[in-house]
Design a protein around this ligand. Structure first.
Ligand code: IPD
Ligand code: CA
Ligand code: CA
Length: 266
């Protein structure tokens, strides 16, 4: 499964790169602030076709095409974000990724987050750890490096990250207050604009924690497993049990988790 997923995500990356370097990218508005481009659609179409051809009885949930149910009772579901960070992509800011997660019996068992511009490929399989390899433009790749969350237990020294969903202005106001509060309480906080990478970077120990309201399963399925397999902890922002179908996420290195819950809820 891992090799199959790596193969199709690399091919999808080539499709995305062509659009990224093209002059006239077609961009549409899903809502005032939420964009979709022809690259998002082409990438998802490609991935869905490849998965359907290889695993005809698996379910697929894609951001742009929705849910595909099959007659078979197979409990495997592929969860795809063809471009996570579309706003960055549309502005040619190379902070975006293709995210693929595989859920089996309600649990994510495989996840890959791949930025085709930087070549960063984060991957995890349940019980096997999280890894980062760099895919070189010249075909020379680095050896996969095992990832671990950071060991920082002092919030004052931590680098944090959050995100703001474009479709929820009411949550923008709420999170701006939390953003400021956590910037002061920690070393500082960032907003990169691609939740899958925010999670991958937390798994790699670059960030000590990440939080966001209202993400969708395709934003977080792969990233959740990356964090878990790198020794981190994931709950909702109030500290309650996490689900990729839930309302909020707090992912951390474990050591600052309780303090983050307190900060986010007081
Ligand atoms: C968005 C990004 C962003 C997050 C938003 C997501 P998209 O995904 O992950 O970082 O703040 O909540 O919707 O729309 O670029 O796939
Ligand atoms: Ca997304
Ligand atoms: Ca997307």
């Amino acid at each position: 499964m891992l090799n199959f997923t790596k193969k199709i995500i690399l091919e999808a990356g080539e499709i995305v790169k062509k659009y990224y370097y093209s002059e006239n990218l077609k961009i549409e508005n899903k809502s005032e602030k939420d964009l979709v481009t022809e690259a998002d659609k082409a990438c998802e179409k490609f991935l869905v076709e490849k998965i359907k051809a290889e695993f005809p009885d698996h379910k697929i949930l894609g951001e742009e095409s929705g849910s595909t149910e099959t007659d078979a009772q197979n409990s495997c579901k592929w969860i795809i974000d063809p471009i996570d960070g579309t706003t960055n992509f549309a502005h040619k800011l190379p902070i975006f990724a293709i995210s693929i997660g595989l859920e089996k019996d309600g649990e994510v068992i495989l996840g890959i987050v791949y930025n085709p511009i930087t070549g960063e490929m984060f991957s995890a399989e349940k019980g096997e750890g999280s890894y980062l390899e760099i895919i070189g433009a010249n075909g020379i790749n680095t050896e996969p490096r095992r990832l671990h969350v950071s060991k920082n237990s002092n919030l004052k020294k931590c680098l944090l990250c959050t995100g703001f969903h474009p479709g929820h202005p009411e949550l923008f106001e709420k999170n701006i207050i939390l953003f400021k509060k956590l910037m002061i309480a920690s070393h500082t906080a960032r907003r990169l604009g691609a939740a899958s990478l925010d999670l991958a970077y937390t798994a790699a120990g670059y960030f000590d924690a990440f939080w966001e309201f209202k993400l969708y399963p395709w934003d977080v399925a792969a990233g959740l497993l990356l964090i878990q397999e790198a020794g981190g902890h994931v709950t909702q922002m109030d500290g309650s049990q996490y689900s990729i179908y839930g309302d909020s996420i707090l992912a951390s290195n474990n050591l600052i988790h309780d303090e983050m819950v307190t900060q986010l809820n007081s």
